[in-house]
Design a binder for this molecule. Structure first.
Ligand code: ADP
Ligand code: MG
Length: 289
């Protein structure tokens, strides 16, 4: 019998503002989802701003706790994980956030950002091994180590920063990646590249990805299935092709209407990133012939 990687059971999150319960904000309502351990997938959670997407991400990462319901990782409630199980969960569940700058300390170089998790989770046996792991992860996201190592965050473009975040997550060999609007602050010309490195991570390493977005165009290119949130409620779910081609709910139809349809004709991920791709952002973002 196949085991569950992640099980979200009827999770509701209510934010309490002040002491009066009338000020309570229900950000997520009775959300349920099951992801299988041996069936890696890419699931999109789509919805407009304020629909509860980031709340879901924060719950999955254990940064906030459900008001009701529970989240099980490999069968265990994440709230009660201790010791080695907790360490494993913190390594296996990684995140990439909207703001590629947020996770960088401006005073440390890229090397530092990548070395910290290697040390924290004892991923390397030696300095050389650590360097190899960094190089491998950077190459996997289409960056040349010599272009980014030794640099400070402000010396990199937004697209490079976000790819470094993806590389950092990749290095930890996660089972589950939560990508919360990973390309919404990145130049349009680079979005395809970053999303492609997420798809590669899924394809090459069997990582399950929860891709959070307000943009159904990218959802269509990236995901296998989709769940549409509207004000904390799931209004629609299914495989991405049928939901986008034939939306049932009025709100989903509204989202679909904002898609520039011609872009749907080419699926991303059919081409691999050219690792020698020019670091010049304009060239890196150009469509692969
Ligand atoms: P999204 O990521 O889809 O934009 P969020 O999960 O950030 O949505 O927010 C969902 C709702 O919960 C919004 O109405 C937001 O204002 C509210 N909210 C989010 N975080 C908090 C918080 N810490 N305290 C109170 N309300 C919050
Ligand atoms: Mg958000």
């Amino acid at each position: 019998m196949s085991k569950n990687l992640l099980e979200i059971k009827n999770v509701t999150k209510v934010y309490q503002r002040g002491l009066l319960s009338s000020h309570a904000k229900v950000a997520l309502k009775e959300f349920s989802l099951t992801l299988k351990e041996d069936e890696p997938t890419i699931l999109t959670v789509a919805g407009e701003s304020g629909s509860g997407k980031t709340t879901l991400a924060m719950l999955l990462l254990g940064f906030i706790t459900p008001t009701t319901g529970e989240i099980l990782y490999k069968g265990q409630n994440i709230v009660s994980l201790r010791g080695p199980d907790r360490i494993a969960y913190r390594r296996e569940v990684q995140a990439v956030f909207q703001d590629p700058f947020a996770v960088f300390n401006p005073f440390y170089t890229v090397d530092h950002l990548l070395t910290v998790p290697i040390k924290q989770f004892k991923l390397a046996k030696s300095g050389r091994d650590a360097r190899n792991k960094m190089d491998e992860a950077l190459n996997a996201v289409g960056l040349r180590p010599e272009d980014v190592l030794g640099r400070f965050p402000h010396q990199l473009s937004g697209g490079q920063r976000q790819r470094i975040n993806v590389a950092r997550a990749l290095m930890l060999k996660p089972r589950l990646l939560i990508a919360d609007e990973p390309v919404s602050m990145v130049d349009a010309s680079l979005r395809a590249n970053i999303l492609e490195s997420l798809r590669n991570m899924h394809r090459d390493h069997g990582v399950t990805i929860i891709y959070i977005t307000h943009d159904l165009t990218t959802a269509y290119h990236v995901a296998d299935s989709i769940t549409v949130l509207y004000r904390g409620d799931v209004v629609e779910k299914g495989d991405v092709e049928s939901v986008i081609r034939n939306p049932q709910h009025a709100y989903t139809r509204l989202l679909v209407d904002s898609i520039p349809w011609p872009n749907l004709d080419q699926k991303w991920g059919q081409h691999s990133i050219r690792s020698q791709a020019s670091q010049d952002e304009f060239h890196a973002g150009a469509p692969t012939p």
